[in-house]
Design a protein around this ligand. Structure first.
Ligand code: MLT
Length: 276
């Protein structure tokens, strides 16, 4: 099926209803959002990317306009959801998988579980290591607090970590958009994803086996998945390219959308999978 103009799809897969936005034409580019967000985190890069690609931007299980709540949502389940969504959209050819943070954790699982789906991998502001015991325990506590109190305290706790100092100082509109997106999310989805992320595996031993072209992008001010850590896991992936996005923290598509889109499009062009 050929898609050019923007389309919003509601797709039922089993008991679950998923929202997916598609736009553009060309080699499919699957954009997978981070935590606790939805497809709107790609709003600023989507118009640039969809000039060259068929962009597919879903809301993951429970987030945005998708449902399908569980007590725990493992990254494996989210990868299986994406595989089923691509089937439902009739996308038969391999996609360029582009995930941010939690979206990147799902990217590792796509590689492990649905390798035939991947034409290339773009990992934004993410980690290959598992949580430490302390981090995993903290996620359990956060999940309980979110279920009890809702999302109202989450932006205040998360924004200073998600956004770089440059954005916090000079781009109040980005803080506002991110805060509003977090507040819109369902606490059940946030709690389930926290628990799922706490039990995600350490994938560092998988990295040398990754055989699709890979780009690793990191905000120069990212405090959650810092440049040194990301550069080091990029070096473990054969032939992977590492690019730092200046003046941005963890949320590079929102903080520096022009540089993020440019790096993605250049990579796609260099590996010969851009179609204009
Ligand atoms: C995200 O941006 O998706 C989160 O920072 C991921 C995490 O909590 O590890």
């Amino acid at each position: 099926m050929e898609r050019t103009s923007r389309m919003d799809h509601t797709l039922r897969i089993g008991e679950t209803q998923f929202f997916v936005r598609t736009e553009g034409k060309g080699m499919p580019l699957l954009l997978v959002h981070g935590f606790p967000l939805d497809h709107h985190m790609w709003d600023d890069v989507l118009p640039m990317l969809s000039e060259h690609h068929e962009v597919i931007a879903p809301d993951l299980r429970g987030f945005g306009c998708s449902d399908g709540f569980r007590e725990v949502v493992p990254m494996e389940m989210l990868a299986d959801d994406l595989d089923a969504l691509l089937d439902a959209l009739g996308v038969a050819r391999p996609v360029i998988f582009c995930g941010l943070s939690m979206g990147g954790y799902i990217g590792w699982q796509m590689w492990k579980r649905h390798r035939d789906r991947l034409g290339a991998l773009i990992q934004l502001d993410t980690r290959a290591a598992a949580d430490t015991e302390i981090q995993a325990r903290a996620r359990g506590v956060n999940a309980m607090q979110t279920l009890a109190a809702g999302m109202k305290d989450v932006p205040k706790a998360m924004l200073p970590k998600l956004l770089g100092e440059s954005t916090l100082q000079t781009k109040p509109e980005v803080s506002e958009a991110l805060s509003a997106m977090i507040l819109r999310q369902d606490p059940r989805a946030a709690a389930a994803a926290q628990r799922g992320m706490a039990q995600r595996p350490d994938v560092q031993s998988w990295l040398p086996e990754i055989s699709v072209p890979t780009l690793v992008l990191c905000g120069s001010e990212d405090a959650i998945s810092p440049p040194d850590e990301m550069r080091s896991f990029a070096e473990a992936i054969p032939g992977a390219e590492f690019v730092e996005i200046e003046g941005a923290g963890h949320m590079i598509p929102m903080e520096n959308p022009a540089a993020t889109a440019e790096a993605i499009l250049l990579f796609c062009k260099q590996i010969g999978i851009e179609e204009v």
